[in-house]
Design a protein around this ligand. Structure first.
Ligand SMILES: *Cc1c(COP(=O)(O)O)cnc(C)c1O
Length: 242
């Protein structure tokens, strides 16, 4: 069976090649290994292969998993964050990719104030206008940005998007371009730096890199399929819905 190390070197090679095609420095691109549904052992294997940055999309799962893994691991949150999970999420994650509404941003700001922290965040944009998806529409983001910038606990570093599932990776390109162009317009209009673009998953991360991604969130290409997988701690302590 292929090891994590084998798959990591393939993905790293694809990152280098995509950066070269775009004339970018591959050092500008950060790979997040999305470990949701995978066990702490799988994360430890990844660390043995030299990878230390992971992404999780459920707070309950992460709260159980992170203590089982060495503190040398770093964690980003990439899922929909529920209001009642903010307090637990803040100490676990170095970057929240998925601030998807002005209400959530205000709640995070308030909880961060109480906790005395300044969380790093990205704003999630619903680039394709899908009714089923979380995230700001581009127009709403522009309308809300002034108010978001006034939340002085939040360090807003950029934008994130999850384009529609596509049969072909090329179909995602227009959404990656749209996110980059939105970022460029907001930077200019509001005169602020938004350096981070979190876009691209296993099926399309090379194209996202060609279009400016600085953070790619790759699960399946590193850990293998999640089909039929869930990971829960042995004790029921963290049981519950999220
Ligand atoms: C699960 C997930 C990923 C990783 O998806 P793969 O296709 O397995 O690489 C990336 N981003 C988000 C937000 C996810 O939920």
């Amino acid at each position: 069976m292929e090891s994590f190390a084998d798959r990591l070197s393939v993905v790293q090679g694809q990152i280098i090649d995509a950066a070269a095609r775009a004339g970018r420095d591959p050092g500008e691109i950060t790979l997040i290994a999305v470990s949701k549904t995978h066990s702490p052992e799988a994360v430890r294997d990844a660390m043995d292969a030299g990878h230390f940055l992971f992404g999780e999309s459920r707070v309950q799962e992460a709260r159980a998993k992170i203590p089982e893994v060495s503190s040398r691991a770093h964690w980003h949150f990439i899922g929909h964050l529920q209001k009642n999970k903010i307090r637990h999420a803040l100490p676990l994650f170095e970057l929240l990719h998925s601030v998807d509404s002005a209400e959530l941003a205000a709640d995070i700001d308030r909880v961060a104030g109480e906790a005395g922290v300044h969380p790093r965040v990205l704003l999630e944009v619903n680039v394709a206008g899908e009714g089923s998806k979380f995230g700001f529409s581009p127009a709403k983001l522009r309308a809300d940005l002034e108010q978001l910038l006034a939340l002085d606990r939040l360090q807003i570093e950029g934008l994130m998007a999850i384009p529609p599932v596509a049969a072909e990776a090329e179909h995602s390109r227009k959404y990656f371009v749209a996110l980059r162009e939105l970022r460029d317009r907001l930077q200019e209009e509001f005169r602020l730096p938004l350096p981070q673009l979190s876009m691209g998953m296993s099926g399309d991360f090379p194209i996202a890199i060609e279009e400016g991604a600085t953070l790619v969130r790759v699960g399946t290409a590193l850990f293998g399929t999640r089909r039929g997988k869930t990971w829960k701690p042995a004790s029921g302590e963290f049981g519950g819905d999220d």
